[in-house]
Design a binder for this molecule. Structure first.
Ligand code: F6P
Length: 317
């Protein structure tokens, strides 16, 4: 194994993972070719050799120094063949892909067509990768959203209003559930559980009669739109609501210590696996142990366990 390629999506902690891959590879005298703009760059041959020093001073940076994109062309046969040509032209002996379900599904598709080993590293704020307790970026996203939520609480309590805060996560309620519990919110709506708007409004009205002055309801983007919930709550309770969509700020920011450490572990492990001759796997964490899963598992949905947190939110309100 002499030379490996590396491409990424973006979220906090990806740069720390790039650093871990490049420096572990350098430790084993393996060269790393950084591929810019994700699969689009693999198609177009946007590559640059990375050495130990090219990854200095990036451990604390959000985003990805490799840039990224959503490639439409990679979904076509022609695009994939061009990607394979870049792999061949650059004499790559392996490829490491850092990203969420989309990027790792792309890695799986590519692994079916090429002979070099591919190893995936799960990195997405959504924390929705099958078989993996934690993806890089999810912890930072929760903390970024929590920081915003604490600020919303200041105005919510001062103005005695109900705030409906929408967080990201696609079809997964991980960010919503964690932010709601850590932020002391009254209610959380997530894709993994049903909700009853009449019942929520009944609780708000009863609380209001008892003198409760403010509420914060977290809505996962995969479940509902904050604006729709705000309108329904106002219509039913006649109380003032405001909605906030936190959006892409959740994908940025300085990675937390947790994400940097996870990135170091995943990045190094991926290179070690490749060196050992493993192929077409993705790495993960299970009960704090590093594990590998076959890339073909990436299409399976993650089973999110919600009950404990869900119950706690209600008990602690
Ligand atoms: O998968 C990460 C994520 O940030 C989701 O939480 C969100 O739904 C989506 O990407 C947003 O995608 P885009 O950046 O293409 O708007």
């Amino acid at each position: 194994m002499k030379k490996i390629g590396l491409l990424t999506r973006d979220c906090a902690g990806v740069n720390a993972a790039i650093r871990a891959v490049v420096r572990t590879a350098a430790f084993h005298n393996i060269e790393v070719v950084g591929i810019f703009h994700g699969y689009e760059g693999l198609i177009n041959g946007e590559v640059k050799l990375f050495d130990r020093r090219s990854v200095s001073g990036i451990i604390n940076l959000g985003g990805t120094i490799l840039k990224t994109s959503r490639s439409i062309k990679f979904r076509t046969e022609e695009g994939r063949n061009m990607a394979l040509k870049t792999i061949k032209d650059n004499n790559l002996d392996g490829l490491i892909v850092i990203g969420g379900n989309g990027s790792l599904s792309g890695a799986y598709v590519l692994s079916e067509k090429c002979s070099i080993p591919i190893i995936g590293i799960p990195a997405t704020i959504d924390n929705d990768v099958y078989g993996v307790d934690m993806t890089i970026g999810a912890d930072t996203a929760v903390n970024v959203a929590l920081d915003a939520l604490d600020k919303i609480r200041d105005t919510s309590t001062s103005l005695e209003r109900i705030f409906i805060v929408e967080v990201m996560g696609r079809e997964c309620g991980y960010i919503a559930l964690n932010v709601a519990l850590a932020g002391g919110c009254e209610e959380v709506l997530i894709p993994e559980a049903d909700y009853n708007i009449e019942k929520i409004c009944e609780e708000i009205t009863e609380g209001n009669i008892r003198g409760k002055i403010s509420w914060i309801i977290i809505v996962a983007e995969g479940k509902a739109k904050a604006a729709d919930i705000a309108k329904q709550v106002t219509d039913i309770t006649s109380l003032q609501t405001r909605e906030v969509v936190l959006g892409h700020i959740q994908r940025g920011g300085r990675p937390t210590a947790f994400d940097r450490i996870l990135a170091a572990r995943y990045g190094s492990f991926a290179v070690e696996l490749m060196k050992k001759g493993e192929k077409n796997k993705y790495v993960g964490l299970n009960n704090d142990k590093l594990i590998t899963l076959p890339l073909k598992n990436i299409v399976k949905p993650k089973d999110i366990k919600v009950n404990d947190y869900y119950k706690l939110i209600k008990i602690l309100t």
